[in-house]
Design a protein around this ligand. Structure first.
Ligand code: NAD
Length: 302
């Protein structure tokens, strides 16, 4: 487990905080929960796998932290309110919510099933939206601000065999930008992380990684442990991040950065146009300006 000394911050960075972390029975969510608790937060540990949720909460308590397990399926819209209310009931308040639960059903375009796409949308998008919304409503009622952290993915830039999953994560980024705008001035911040870790989910994708690497500028030879991602989530949950909102924070091995925001490039035509004028604009400029597909570094050209 990470200690205050190992992350170079005082152990009290999250003292007085009470947070819900979904999908925290294993993988990244469990690492987020362990570090948040080690830094002083009380943690509601959610997972659809009840035994896994209890195991994470038990381990936190054994290490001297404060945690309860609240098993359940985040894709059930009203369940998010139970998570928020449990936090308030057990810990007296809520200050943060991490919508981490997610699933991956990789499939090439030819093989993607409706059932898999619908389930990824239900868990990754509906589950995230339900959690973020329920938390925001309660934090508004409490009136002391707070921090909501959603989970995007490098796949939001597009990736081979991840079209359905990528769509849900792109949607999470758009939801984060939109709701952070609506929450401006309330003291409630909403950000997302775009993590990278060697987890059970990453294992599902392992057989596709060489194929994916061939299609992107950025490829990762090895995946870091889940723990390497946890300090960023802890930071976003803390008051130290009071000025940070509406961002997707990329965590990849030893690189910490922000994902650049989709923006409109300088117009090449400002006119009433015809088919011929549009075709000429593409011939003259836009065809050569087409954006790179897949994970890449901003400013590295197309
Ligand atoms: N591992 C990576 O490199 C990586 C990269 C980008 C994004 N992510 C995202 O990070 C998050 C965590 O991923 P991980 O790698 O730890 O995955 P994981 O599969 O190891 O862990 C996910 C956890 O979520 C739980 N879960 C699944 N469906 C749920 C539901 N409906 N309700 C509640 N809990 C549910 C699972 O039981 C599991 O414990 C996911 O949102 C994932 O999309 C992971």
């Amino acid at each position: 487990m990470a200690t205050a000394a190992s992350i170079g911050r005082p152990a009290a960075a999250l003292a007085g905080k009470a947070v819900v972390i979904t999908g925290a029975g294993g993988g990244l969510g469990a690492a987020y929960a362990r570090l948040a608790a080690a830094l002083g937060a009380a943690v509601v540990v959610n997972d659809v796998d009840a035994a896994a949720a209890r195991a994470t909460a038990d381990a936190i308590r054994r290490a001297g932290g404060n945690a309860i397990a609240e098993p359940g399926d985040v894709s059930v819209w009203d369940f998010a309110e139970n998570l928020v209310e449990s936090c308030v009931k057990d810990f007296g308040t809520i200050t943060g919510f991490v919508s981490n639960a997610g699933i991956l059903r990789p499939a090439l375009l030819d093989d993607l099933s409706e059932a898999d796409l619908r389930r990824m949308i239900e868990v990754n998008l509906i589950g995230t939206a339900a959690g973020a919304r329920a938390a925001a409503m309660r934090l508004k009622a409490i009136g002391r601000g707070g921090s909501i952290v959603n989970v995007a993915s490098g796949a939001q830039a597009g990736d081979v065999a991840l079209g359905g999953y990528a769509a849900t994560k792109g949607a999470v980024a758009s939801l984060t930008y939109s709701w952070a705008m609506e929450l401006r001035g309330s003291g409630i911040r909403m950000n997302a992380v775009s993590p990278l870790a060697d987890t059970a989910m990453a294992g599902q994708n392992a057989h596709l990684m060489a194929l994916q690497a061939a299609h992107r500028q950025v490829a990762y030879a090895s995946l870091p442990p889940a723990e390497a991602n946890a300090p960023v989530v802890a930071y976003l949950l803390s008051d130290a991040a009071a000025a940070i909102t509406g961002q997707v924070v990329r965590i990849a091995n030893r690189q910490l950065s922000l994902v650049s925001h989709p923006m409109i490039a300088a117009p090449v035509l400002e006119d009433d146009w015809t088919f011929d004028k549009v075709a000429a604009a593409f011939d003259r400029e836009l065809a050569a300006r087409q954006h790179r597909l897949g994970l890449a570094f901003a400013g590295s050209g197309s």
